[in-house]
Design a protein around this ligand. Structure first.
Ligand code: AMP
Ligand code: ZN
Length: 462
């Protein structure tokens, strides 16, 4: 079954052709670990996870790399401002390492809660300084760099196709509004290495280089680390949609120059944002919710995952607690239906194979999780299928959804319901069946069911 994906580079939906048969290399821009990752970030990692699971489901061997930015990401994407990690360390009165280690740890815990498969490699920028210096040396030797008092810059005017990912019109840009570019030769030139002396105050993280003491620019880390783990040319690069214009454009410029491969990356995939009141959720605006805060409000992380799956990754998703509440209810209902399916019935192979094929066709069409989720609901409602068949299909689809559909959800029962259940237990002991029945009806009315099982009761939302 062909796997189609939308490639930002060509602006077309294409059939995926791997560089090496049966294998796929994926590089995803990862977190800048100076604060908690918010649920907007999490949407991007859920999208990455679906993408990866679809490849696995199609029998590919996947090598997935997510980088950890623990140096060099400045408060502005255009090489000005402070290093985000240094700023956080100063504010929290901690070392840069303590800051990045802590937020990376929390981030990994969040991914686990969201049932996101860990990447094969988690390279950290600070642990790949040599690779980044080597790459800058390569660019220097080829004549693409120049020095300013602030650092070493990439001369974008030397590339005919600079900005092809974003379809940038460099001529128009030159003719446009004059802005102060300081010592830079062109507006689009970007820093490969920044000198510590160009920053205010003493930095915690700095290294010696052939050009002076300093630290790498943000874009160079992704080129250096992706090539180290995936080769000088690889299949897929992913990231949030805001990376198209600057970060990924600059990654392409320096990598195609250094490695001499065109295209450096075959397929570029960009994920749409999670919005709140129509605006991108972002850390600089306070970040809104973290996963932990949603948990505190009684939501399960997998309900958030369910919500992410209801919208195609290329479409913006508007977040609100009301929408999450709806997703939580649908998710609970889905799990209840699946746990109630009888498993002993004889299965018809043809029914199963037909539905699996249909599912693959849907999800292989540019990772259409929302359509695939509707298909699962259709299957569960389909009278032509028996319970055993439905169960097998649901679990098969869940290899892609990652919603843990076969695991019992520990639901939080409100204290009011708990009291009713306890009272029902007491009257049942006294064999007052009439009263017990009345209490059961009361519990049902509040939206919960109660079943007597060996040694206790089983409570579910209905
Ligand atoms: P950062 O930690 O800011 O470098 O971001 C990590 C990843 O989260 C990047 O791939 C961003 O594109 C992505 N991201 C940031 N904000 C959002 C958002 N509101 N919705 C979806 N993805 C986001
Ligand atoms: Zn990156």
């Amino acid at each position: 079954m062909p796997l189609k994906l939308y490639n930002t580079l060509t602006r077309k939906k294409e059939v995926f052709e791997p560089l090496k048969k049966g294998h796929v290399g994926i590089y995803s821009c990862g977190p800048t670990v100076y604060w908690y990752q918010h649920i907007g970030n999490m949407r991007t990692y859920v999208s990455n996870d679906i993408l990866k699971r679809v490849f696995l489901n199609n029998g590919f061997k996947v090598k997935h790399v997510i980088n950890v930015t623990d140096v060099g990401h400045l408060t502005s994407d255009s090489d000005i401002g402070e290093d985000k990690i240094e700023k956080a360390a100063r504010k929290e009165k901690k070392t840069a390492k303590q800051v990045s280690n802590y937020y990376f740890k929390v981030f990994k815990e969040d991914l686990k809660k969201l049932n996101i498969i860990e990447p094969d490699v988690w390279p950290r920028a600070t642990e790949h300084i040599k690779e980044q210096i080597d790459l800058i040396k390569n660019l220097e030797k080829k004549g693409y760099t120049y020095k300013t008092s602030g650092g070493i810059y990439f001369d974008t005017s030397k590339l005919k196709d600079y900005g092809k990912l974003v379809r940038l019109n460099v001529k128009e840009l030159k003719a446009g509004k004059r802005i102060d570019i300081g010592e830079k030769k062109n507006k689009t030139d970007f820093a490969l290495w920044k000198f510590s002396s160009s920053q205010e105050g003493k930095r915690q993280q700095e290294w010696k280089s052939p050009w002076g003491v300093g630290f790498p620019g943000w874009h160079i880390e992704c080129s250096a680390m992706s090539s180290k783990y995936l080769g000088k040319q690889f299949d897929i690069h992913t990231g949030g949609q805001e990376h198209i214009a600057v970060h990924h454009t600059n990654e392409i410029a320096q990598s195609e120059t250094a490695f001499g491969k065109k295209p450096w990356v075959k397929y570029w995939i960009h994920f749409a944002w999670l919005l709140f009141k129509g605006e991108k959720i972002s850390k600089s605006k306070g970040g809104l919710y973290t996963l932990f805060q949603l948990e505190e409000k009684g939501f399960s992380p997998l309900a958030f995952r369910y919500l992410c799956l209801t919208t195609h990754y290329k479409k913006p998703l508007n977040f609100s607690l009301e929408i999450l509440e709806m997703a939580q209810k649908s998710y609970n209902r889905l799990k209840n239906i699946i746990s109630g399916l009888k498993k002993g019935e004889k299965k018809n192979k043809k029914n199963i194979e037909g539905a699996k094929k249909q599912f693959l066709k849907i999800i292989n069409d540019d990772f259409n999780s929302s359509k695939a989720l509707s298909f699962l609901w259709d299957i569960l409602r389909d009278n032509r299928l028996n319970d055993s068949e439905k169960y097998e299909l649901a679990l098969d689809f869940d290899k892609v959804f990652g919603l843990k559909l076969d695991e019992e959800e520990k639901i939080k029962v409100p204290s009011k319901i708990k009291k009713l259940i306890e009272e029902r237990g007491r009257v049942r002991k006294k064999k007052d069946w009439k009263k017990a029945d009345e209490l059961r009806k009361k519990i049902n009315k509040e939206g919960y069911s109660v079943d007597d099982i060996k040694g206790g009761v089983k409570v579910k939302e209905i």
